[in-house]
Design a protein around this ligand. Sequence first.
Ligand code: 5GP
Ligand code: ZN
Length: 113
Amino acid sequence: MDCIFCKIVAGEIPADIVYQDEDVIAFRDINPVAPTHLLIIPKKHISSLAHLSEAGSSLIGDMVKIANQLAKMEGIAEGGYRLVINCGKQGGQLVPHLHMHLLGGRQLSNALG
Ligand code: 5GP
Ligand code: ZN
């Protein structure tokens, strides 16, 4: 499959991986918009939030838990951070493999879109 994030999971494209377990992998965004900008993704290809199965809600729960741990590791838990999942074209999703952004390390804007 021609999916850039599946290629990162498979090790075919290099990435700065900061966490992985059986189901989830996290790595630094190639074009960070904040001092900490990580992407947390399922290893399995799921195109978007809109393609989550029933079982997917526990996956999202795991991803949030991992993001919280990574925020602590990055030293941004105290100051605050933001988790974002873009879904579909109008939602601003560019890479069609479900991913959660973890942003922090500076004052983020209040704009939601
Ligand atoms: P989206 O707009 O789909 O929510 O976010 C996609 C994110 O993936 C963007 O922030 C972009 O910088 C990041 N990205 C795209 N291609 C690569 C890549 O090859 N490696 C890494 N580490 N990040 C990527
Ligand atoms: Zn994929």
